[in-house]
Design a protein around this ligand. Structure first.
Ligand SMILES: [Fe+2]
Length: 398
């Protein structure tokens, strides 16, 4: 979404789409870019011109973050926080790039750098998860694989924390996310960056990045077993449609099922020069609809962690009510729900709309619910009735 703002209201992390007035009146030879340095920001503010920002590609002026899911308010801790987020995303991407370069050149990989990057990312996610994920959505064609590795690392850490994993496991899962695509160093660049459809032979070559990555990491000291597992299996799918082995169900480890969710979510939401990318809601809705490709329990926890749910999903609210997820009310607000059924009295109740802020305590208010366990009616039809505010009857109960 494009918004016109005053130059003095610009902040780090905004994506500049264009400037008002003639190009002579602003200090940049380029028009479209992410404001990623204090120097760029200072020059924009000093210009005094009107700035048009793209709120899909970067921060919004209206962001009013108050918790770990949103960047903190500008003017207090906000701008420093945004500088930190953009800077860390870039530094982490540089670390991954040099790691890939070392592997290409057959040099020994230093895992200390990787662990230190994982720790830095985990640290920034405590306050700035949403901002960090938002910044890592923006990828240039050349840096795509490196920034994608950073984004998957962040999503893995975040999901592992949502699942209550101990600190050591969170760190190792973050490392697994950072290293999951290392095998792509063995795929020729002309295949990796090809914009035309790949041939069958090229697809087979790309798919070999899983075994290449596993082999490379096996020869590197201090790499935890979970990182080897994730590198080899992150394209496996519970329904057996994945690769390299077509494993099914429980034959795929939980760490790998987590990684496949984080990997696909980032791939779908990535914004590149040649591709707009899906919104978080569109990506989650598509993943929920692809039955069998993702572990449904883990996907629900992933939604809960991000505070993004597909519209019309049945959830249990504070254990006492059933609710349907509603369309977002507006940008910047948390997920919206409509309660309609009391699980205590086992009866339908008048609709009540609730908007949650995205803090951890509130996320815990929502748990998964299976429509078939509660209602005999066709759930999609019933859900759209509730979402549209129409009456539903007692005959819908199981
Ligand atoms: Fe991959």
């Amino acid at each position: 979404m494009l918004k016109s703002i005053r130059a003095q209201d610009a902040i780090l992390g905004m994506y500049v789409q264009s400037f008002g007035g003639s190009w002579l009146s602003h200090p940049f030879w380029k028009a479209k870019f992410l404001i990623s340095s204090p120097d760029e920001l200072a020059r924009i503010r000093a210009s005094g011109v009107e700035v048009v920002i793209d709120t899909v590609r970067g921060c919004d002026i209206a962001s009013q973050p108050a918790n770990r899911h949103r960047p903190p308010p500008a003017g207090r801790f906000g701008r420093a926080g945004q500088v930190r987020v953009v800077d860390l995303a870039q530094r982490s991407t540089d670390v991954v790039k040099s790691l890939f370069d070392d592997c290409r050149l057959g040099r020994t990989v230093d895992t200390a750098d990787i662990l230190s990057t994982v720790d830095d990312i985990a640290d920034v996610l405590i306050h700035d998860l949403s901002a960090f994920i938002s910044v890592t959505r923006l990828k240039s064609k050349d840096d795509y694989t490196y920034m994608h590795s950073v984004a998957v690392c962040a999503l893995m850490i975040s999901l592992a924390q949502e699942l209550g994993e101990p600190a050591k496991a969170v760190r190792e899962l973050g490392m697994a996310g950072l290293l999951h695509d290392l095998g792509k160093v063995a795929v020729p660049d002309d295949i990796l960056h090809k914009s035309d459809p790949l041939t069958a032979a090229e697809i087979a070559e790309v798919r070999r990045h899983t075994t290449h990555g596993h082999d490379m990491l096996s020869q590197t000291s201090d790499v935890p077993p979970v990182a080897l597992d994730v590198a080899l299996h992150h394209h496996e799918r519970p329904d057996g449609t994945g690769y390299p082995f077509g494993l099914k169900g429980d034959a795929i480890s939980r760490a790998t099922r987590m990684a496949s969710i984080c990997n696909v979510y980032d791939a779908l939401t990535s914004i590149r020069d040649d591709r707009k990318g899906l919104s978080p809601m569109e990506a989650i809705t598509a993943m929920e609809a692809s039955t069998g490709e993702f572990d449904p329990g883990l996907l629900f926890r992933f939604m809960r962690e991000l505070g993004v749910y597909p519209v019309g999903k049945l959830v249990r609210f504070r254990s006492t009510h059933l609710a349907v997820t509603m369309p977002a009310v507006r940008d910047g607000l948390g997920p919206a729900f409509r309660t309609f059924y009391s699980t205590v009295d086992t009866r339908f109740v008048p609709y009540e709309d609730i908007i949650l802020s995205n803090d951890r305590g509130n996320a815990d208010a929502i748990s998964a619910a299976d429509p078939a366990a509660w209602f005999s009616a066709d759930w999609p039809t019933m859900a759209s009735s509730i979402v549209e505010g129409r009456e539903i009857g007692r005959q819908d109960a199981a």
